[in-house]
Design a protein around this ligand. Structure first.
Ligand code: ARG
Length: 587
């Protein structure tokens, strides 16, 4: 939406400023205040070459540009070291409008990433353990970053690094053999599996010997014992079925399941390479890579009993992602509690001589703190399940809709969309690096800056368009009729006229920023940049809506205002979609 404007301006400014078009392009910023224009160019880069202070350069340049008369520019103000550019209202509005009409789902997209591949690991839960609220972050932050990468034109491969290998499977096998018959595996497979997991740890507190039994069984499993393998396979299938159900409720998907077990055949070659590079040393019977010089504890490669480890599998997997999946960027969306682990893994990769080690990034996120619930522990069975959270939210939303809009069509579907949207937004609106205090009330609040608030603004736009009987014909060939009736449909104008009130100009500038917001949110791997933007957009829309009469207002403005409502609706829907939140047409 900004691209044609930036293209145009950069070409005009380049010869005057003595900078390349690309350089100017990269300098553009959107000023916070509309009074500072729509776009600004900082001139600090020129100070050295011209041996002048940036404010003086700005003045000089503004003078020069005054005589140039750039068609789309209303005026250019020198402010401090910046050139503040005010675009002509009518041009700006029309450019955005045409873009929204033609771009369809590609709205605000860029092609900077085209030809490059992003591999992203997210959600990645562990077999036999139900997903808890902590996984909400790993899932939704990951999925949102995935969607953001797609808006930038990258090819994205979403990986599920399923926790499907490790000593816990020996323990589970032990528990299954001992007590499996006591649980209803036929009717409640996943619950039974989790109960066995908890049971094992309870029993181990009383009788630590069974830990050894578990380790022994895992060793047998690693050696390929067919019975244990069959049992293991069953545990994995039971768990994946449960995870899939939850993921589909969250609208989340992976492209590939590459669980930890996938790397079993690659562990030996990885270790051989470590050996060859002289990195592997023995420590108390175990094999490790020393990281003393970086003041980190050693990275554990193989346990004294010969069992492989989490880090070893992550090394093999990192190599796989870059060398076989051909990742240009390899992202790991995992909680901050694993920061040390990833630092160690990436450091070992560097020591192995992989120059691409810095393509790997741990996209860390803060933990939930549970003041009112105490610490979560899967082992003790004390967790807040993601599913319970979702179900509770749906119950509350049902109540609200029953009260406010009892005849709503698709009642159940909308309740689900609103409830899940509330939970997702509540999570994504936080800067991911910060810890979040979890409390039920907040997670389930639909007031103020919430997902349902955004969904409601979308619904409001829809109902205005419906009331006007607007039919929307996109040049992309998509024809949606807002009210569902084609006869007597009203078409949006082909060209809009300038809307000049403060609220309208503010709203148009906010809409203009969408493309830049997507790019910033991706660059920083921070979905909250987009979440916050959508709140600002909604507030700008509400100011416009409360101040101006859209239908039945001044005739010459009516259809342009309807077009403005339409653009707002499309941007909110698109932005919510990137955050993986649905935008119902009515609620
Ligand atoms: N399964 C792990 C957990 O739940 C997360 C895996 C993250 N990805 C990775 N490549 N280590 O803690």
């Amino acid at each position: 939406m900004l691209t044609p404007i930036k293209d145009n301006l950069a070409r005009e400014l380049a010869p005057e400023l003595g900078l390349t078009v690309d350089k100017i392009y990269s300098l553009f910023e959107i000023p916070k205040e509309l009074s500072h224009g729509h776009l600004s160019v900082p001139l600090f880069v020129l100070a050295k070459e011209l041996k002048k202070a940036p404010p003086a350069i700005a003045k000089e340049m503004a003078q020069k540009l005054l005589t140039k008369n750039i068609a789309i520019v209303d005026r250019i103000d020198p402010v401090g070291g910046y050139l503040n550019i005010h675009i002509k209202d009518e041009y700006l509005f029309n450019t955005i409008y045409q873009e929204v009409r033609t771009s369809g789902v590609q709205l605000g997209h860029s092609s900077v990433g085209s030809g490059k591949t992003v591999v992203i690991d997210y959600s990645s839960p562990n077999v036999a353990k139900p997903m808890h609220v902590g996984h909400l972050r790993a899932s939704m932050i990951g999925q949102a970053i995935r969607n953001l990468a797609e808006t930038q034109g990258y090819k994205v491969i979403g990986l599920n690094h399923l926790g499907d290998w490790g000593v816990q499977f020996g323990k589970l096998a032990y528990a299954y053999n001992m007590w499996g018959a006591e649980y209803p595996f036929e009717s409640e497979p996943f619950e039974s599996l989790f109960k066995l997991y908890v049971r094992f740890h309870e029993e181990a507190e009383k009788n630590p010997e069974i830990e050894k039994e578990g380790s022994l069984l895992f060793k047998k499993l690693e050696e390929g014992d067919p019975e244990l393998l069959a049992l293991w396979k069953r545990f994995v299938e039971i768990s994946m079925k449960d995870f899939d159900r939850l993921w589909s409720r969250l609208g989340m998907k992976h492209d590939l399941v590459r669980g930890e077990s996938f790397y079993n055949s690659r562990l030996k070659p990885t270790e051989a390479l470590l050996e060859e590079k002289g990195l592997l040393v023995e420590s108390q019977g175990a094999m490790v890579v020393n990281l003393d010089d970086e003041k980190m504890p050693p990275c554990l490669i193989r346990k004294s009993d010969g069992a492989s480890l989490y880090a070893t599998r992550d090394l093999a997997s990192a190599i796989y992602r870059i060398e076989e999946l051909k990742a240009d960027v390899s992202l790991y969306v995992v909680g901050s509690d694993q920061a040390l682990h990833f630092k160690q893994v990436f450091s070992v990769l560097r020591r192995m001589g992989y120059s691409w080690w810095d393509k790997c990034h741990h996209i860390s996120f803060g933990m939930y703190r549970f003041k009112d619930v105490g610490k979560m522990s899967s082992r003790k069975g004390q967790i807040i399940r993601l599913e319970d959270l979702l179900n509770k939210a749906v119950e509350i939303v049902r109540e609200v809709i029953r009260e406010k809009n009892p005849n709503l069509p698709n009642f159940e579907a909308v309740a689900e969309q609103v409830a899940v949207g509330a939970i997702i937004f509540n999570d994504l609106v936080n800067d991911r690096v910060r810890d979040v205090d979890f409390n039920w009330e907040k997670a389930l609040s639909f007031e103020g800056d919430s997902g349902p608030y955004l969904q409601y603004v979308h619904v409001r736009c829809m109902s205005i368009l419906n009331k006007a009987g607007v039919s929307i014909e996109g040049a992309a060939g998509v024809s949606t009729h807002a009210s569902g009736t084609v006869n007597g449909a009203r078409k949006l104008p082909d060209k809009v006229i300038a809307l000049k009130s403060d609220e309208e100009r503010e709203l148009i500038k906010t809409l203009m920023s969408y493309e830049m917001v997507l790019s910033e949110a991706y660059k920083n791997f921070k979905p909250n940049i987009l979440a916050t933007y959508l709140l600002e957009l909604s507030s700008a829309f509400n100011k416009f809506y409360h101040k101006h009469r859209i239908l039945g207002g001044e005739v010459e403005f009516e259809s342009s205002r309807l077009a403005l409502v339409y653009i707002t609706k499309q941007v909110i829907k698109s932005g919510l979609g990137v955050l993986n939140i649905e935008a119902p047409d009515a609620m």
